[in-house]
Structures are given as structure tokens and as C-alpha cells.
Ligand binder design. Sequence first.
Ligand SMILES: [Ca+2]
Ligand SMILES: [Ca+2]
Ligand SMILES: [Ca+2]
Length: 351
Amino acid sequence: MNLRQRGIGLIELLVALAIGSVLIVGAVYVYSQSRSSYRVSDATSRLQEDARYALSIIEPDVQLAGYYGFSNSPDDFKYITGGSTAGVVPASRMQAASAALAGLASGFQDCGNNFAVNLVATVEGSNDTYALGCGAQAGGAEANTDTLTIRRASRVAQAAATANRLQLLVSRLSPTNQYMLSDGSLPASPALAADTVQVRDLVVRSYYISADSEGPARAGLPALRVKTLLDDGFDDEQVMPGVEDLQVQFGIDTGDYDNDGVIDPGLDADSNGIPDAPRGIATRYVDPDALPVGFQVVSVRIWLMMRSAQFEAGFVDGRTYDYAGKSVTPNDGNRRMLVSRTIQLRNARQL
Ligand SMILES: [Ca+2]
Ligand SMILES: [Ca+2]
Ligand SMILES: [Ca+2]
């Protein structure tokens, strides 16, 4: 037998090389594709996670807006000083247009006249502008964004009254015994009783968007921030970086449940255009600066535009986002995610 050993011919070598390089190019392509789709899904899920967190902060605040202990009627409250229930100031005179409430620590008036104590306005906001009297932090307010303010009582009762803190004395037994105080002096009556007469802190929170985020190299990345009423005044802290826009609309009950543009028959005996007994159904959404007086706000709709911290090479966000009466086409290399939520107010004010 003449077994001839043969080597690999040039043709075979070239064919093998060609097949090999096709395989390598293919593998590299698949790898780079999966890497970039991983990057996209990673960026997207981060935006999603941040949005979820930001909403988890805002949502409970809004749900409880207008919760004032045993009463959801802010008109029941009266401001007292020195524990004296004589010469009280009713809630109707604690509003922005009213005379400045006497005896308040100056910090309480920093965000505007009677801003901290305006119990009647359980939710309020400004439309596409920053209208709080106290300055926006971190580069100032981002242009064309809304603000949202909520007012309510704290979830837990305090053991005692504290000076220089805005607090509510709430009574389950008598709607006339609802007081607000800031000097730690409780009236002689009603006396505190665990289940029926309690002191709760007044909670006032104002959400807005700043132009910058905190932290190194975070200038130019907008952030969601919140001002919170504390002892003597307002604190300002960042909730979440990478929130480019906050938009707010209020759902009001116009009594037009059959949606024909006018209040339904029989619901407006006093003919003032406002349902006499609102059912707590949002029949119309309005911008925060277009809230008609006297209507019940039953829900708040919120939009957050989340934005990635960095430009992404080769990516252009050419989408047009239509929301809250705005239309935005960014055309830049930032990835975005628009999230929205409609939050029901549990303590919608009964008028
Ligand atoms: Ca707006
Ligand atoms: Ca109607
Ligand atoms: Ca009416």
C-alpha cells in the first residue's frame, strides 16, 4: 500500500481562512449588537427605576393632600396664639391674598404670604413656571416646568405641642375645635386625648424641577426637588436627579357626568355653576393655574420626563412627546422616558 501523506493545499487554506473570517466577523457583530442592546435596556430600566422611585415619593403625599386629622374640611381650622381661643383667625383668612398671619416665625413666610398656612389650598401649583416665593436651588428652576404643592396633617400624632412648629390641634368630637398653632401653646380645652384630641404637624411640600442635579459633574442635568415645611421654615432637598420635567393637572368634579359640556340637571340648586354635592369624579382636567374657585379637586395627574445623565453616541431622540398640553421634540442624544400617573385624593374636599 502506498499511503501518500498529503498536506493542505493553498486553495483549501484560503477557503478555510475565508470561512473562519466570516465566522469571526459574524461573532463580533452579534457581540456588539447584544452589547448595545444591553446598554439600551440598561439605560431604559434605570430610567424606569428612577421614575418609579420619584412617583413613590410624590404619590402618598398627593393621596393624603387635604387630610387634616379628623377633618377634611380646612375651613374648620382657626389659628390661635398663646393658647387663647379668643380672637382666632379663621382658615379663610390664612390665604395668599389675606393679611400676613401674625406671630409666625419669619421662615414660615419665606415662600410667600401665608404660603405655609394656607390650609384651604390642599393642592396648588404653578403652570410652566416657578412661582414659589422662596428661591429654587441647584441652578434655579428649570424653564417651562410646573410646581406642585400639597398640604396635609402628619400621619402620626405628636405627644405634645412644639414651639416654632406649625401644628394642628384636631378633635374628633367637635368640628369647631380644630386649631392651628405655631408657638407650642395649646388651649386649656379640649385637652389632649389619645383617640379623640391630638396634635399633628402640618405638612407642606412643594415639588419642582431644578436646572442642575447635586453631585460632581451633574450641572445641566435637571432634578426633581422638594421643599418641606420644618421647624422655623422650609428645607429644600433633591428627590431624584435626571428628571427633566414635572407637569401637573388637577381633576375637578364639574358635575357634568353625562359629558355634554354643562352641569347635569338637578345638581345645581343654587345656580352657581358648581355641583352642590360633588360625587368625587374627575370630569375635567385643568392646568394648575386654571383651577376654578369652588370646585372639588378629586385627583392629580402627574407627568415626569426622565432623562439619562449622559449623551449616547449615535442616538438621537427625535420623538415628539405630547403631554399636559405640551409638545416637545428633544432631538438630542439623551435617552428619555415619559411616565404619568393619576392619583386620587383620598380626602377630596366636600363642599
Ligand atoms: Ca403645565
Ligand atoms: Ca351635563
Ligand atoms: Ca351649586
